[in-house]
Design a protein around this ligand. Structure first.
Ligand code: NAD
Length: 512
């Protein structure tokens, strides 16, 4: 919730709810201080912090700092940039538990999962440490007589990164290590629901020796996002969030002449063939359906069972779900709360709708007894069987701990269902038949495919991104596509003067 309390009352915060400021030119910045949002601890339901919401003037200030820093950062040697990246990697590695605790306190995911997210982000930093190799161009000697041609890749300038709540550390890290390694300067707009992780990261960069202004943070809502989208000095936007906002960001950003990669929502299917190892499939479905309370863009939310295995699969999943403990992520539970009360209520309303539509409710998360404060944003793992593709629990991205099983009669029926879905982020097939798996990887219209792997998030040296309504733009995140996104190619054709050359020739240059 946003309030409009006056500056003197809130910018300094209170002992109970300190303020999360912006980070501009290497230091915390209060900004205009007109609007603030509440940050909750989802396991207690309490407001623990207030986050400053940027006005356009705050965005201008951050972009100006980034622009100033770009002039020298782009000239900084690859050797020096790499030293800073290695130093950042060491600090991040050493601070994993501290950062995980910050994530859990604002997002709610359990500590081990938060630490896992930091590690996956760190992988991208490690990838970016190899930037001297990644930025090597091509060189062709004597393309024409005594003419050499070579390619170089140069940074864009100030780049904007806008991220969602569900991976407050990892998702921004899909982008900024590569952007910075390539010589760009950055303005990050984290989710207003869990803003502190990015501030912690800003301090790590400073300790690693990154010059002030290379990494900046503005917090806020649509005002901050629009400020970045419209700013003439912001050269690219990397966005991750829900599909309607991703589409909006892509359209507005490209209309303003920017390079945009906008990753959207998902509805990830897991196809289980009759020959699959059903214990493995049941473990995978539970891990991928309920990990991080289903608030992962690569979570499995639709299980597609090819008959006759559905009854057995449901029984195995039900058995496993009964062993899960939902509660405060700091208490060693398996699954934490949802991010806000409003989001929990929305997810709950889908459970009500699924039941009303006639799906079979096998496990009802509404009755969960959490190991946590009563006011936390709880909803337990929920399992539906006999879900039909016209039900809202199937058609919509619920983004919560709700797993829906759809029964189909054949591989082809399952494949057709997946390909008919508007989203195309991730998918998985469970089978022991190599031929079927190979056919699936070829035929499925989805960007990231798992074979007996339920959450096929690519390692950092490959690129992350979906198809269809899950990605607007051409470049996926990190890997070589990330380097491509954050650089512009240039080709130089050169000749050094030689006494044997000269003379006038107005014809078009030809190879000779
Ligand atoms: P969201 O779309 O609500 O918010 C994402 C970002 O956009 C936030 O920084 C938010 O402040 C900003 N924003 C929100 N409304 C806006 C508006 N009207 N105009 C401009 N900016 C606005 O998403 P969320 O709830 O934070 O995150 C969950 C969503 O993100 C899910 O749909 C999930 O699938 C998706 N997601 C996708 C991927 C992927 O790789 N494809 C990864 C993670 C999350």
């Amino acid at each position: 919730m946003t309030s409009t309390a006056e500056k003197p009352d809130v910018t300094t915060g209170t002992a109970e709810a300190p303020v999360v400021h912006h980070w501009i030119a290497g230091a915390p910045a209060e900004g205009s201080g007109r609007r603030f949002g509440d940050v909750y601890d989802p396991a207690t339901g309490e407001v623990t912090k207030r986050v400053a919401f940027a006005e356009p003037s705050d965005v201008d200030e951050a972009v100006a700092a980034a622009k100033r820093a770009f002039a020298t950062w782009r000239e900084t040697s690859l050797a020096r940039r790499t030293q800073i990246l290695f130093a950042f990697r060491e600090l991040l590695n050493a601070s994993r538990d501290e950062l995980a605790a910050i994530i859990t306190a604002e997002h709610g995911k359990v500590l081990s999962d938060a630490a896992g997210e930091v590690m996956r982000g760190q992988e991208v930093v490690e990838f970016a440490c190899g930037i001297p190799h990644l930025l090597k161009g091509g060189f062709s000697e004597n393309s024409s007589t005594k003419v050499d041609v070579y390619s170089i890749r140069q940074p864009l300038g100030v780049v904007g990164i806008i991220s969602p709540f569900n991976f407050p550390a990892m998702v921004p890290m899909w982008f900024f290590p590569v952007a910075i390694a390539c010589g760009n300067t950055v303005v990050v707009k984290p989710s207003e629901k869990d803003p502190s992780a990015t501030m912690f990261v800003a301090e790590l960069w400073k300790r690693a020796g990154l010059p002030d202004g290379v990494f900046n943070v503005v917090h806020g809502d649509k005002v901050a996002v629009d400020g970045l989208l419209d700013h003439p000095d912001v050269k690219s936007i990397s966005f991750v969030g829900s599909t309607p906002i991703a589409k909006y960001v892509y359209e507005r950003g490209t209309a303003a002449g920017k390079r945009v990669q906008a990753l959207g929502g998902a509805k990830n299917h897991m196809l289980v063939l009759p020959d699959a190892d059903l214990d493995l499939a049941a473990d995978a479905a539970v891990n991928a359906g309920f990990g991080s309370a289903g608030e992962r863009c690569m979570a499995i939310s639709a299980l597609v069972a090819v008959e006759p295995v559905a009854d057995e699969l449901i029984a195995k999943i039900k058995e496993r779900v009964a062993t899960l403990r939902t509660g405060d992520g700091r208490r060693g539970c398996d699954m934490g709360p949802l991010v806000t009360g409003a989001h929990r209520d929305k997810v709950r309303s889908y459970v009500d709708a699924g039941e009303a539509a006639g799906a079979e409710l096998v496990v009802d998360g509404r009755t969960v007894q959490p190991d946590g404060e009563a006011a936390g944003f709880w909803l337990g793992p929920t399992l539906f069987d006999k879900v039909r593709p016209d039900m809202s629990i199937y058609t919509d991205e619920i983004f919560g701990p709700v797993l829906s099983l759809v029964r189909v009669g054949s591989y082809q029926e399952g494949l057709d269902l997946i390909n008919a879905n508007p989203y195309g982020n991730g998918t998985a097939i469970f089978t022991n038949d190599g031929g079927a798996a190979r056919r699936f990887q070829n035929e499925v219209e989805v960007g990231m495919v798992g074979i007996n792997v339920p959450i096929p998030v690519p390692v950092a040296y490959y690129s992350f991104g979906g198809w269809k309504a899950s990605l607007f733009g051409d470049n996926h995140a990190h890997g070589t596509e990330g380097v491509q996104f954050f650089t512009r190619g240039k080709v130089v054709t050169g000749r050094w003067l030689d006494p044997s050359h000269g003379g006038l020739n107005l014809g078009f240059p030809q190879n000779a």
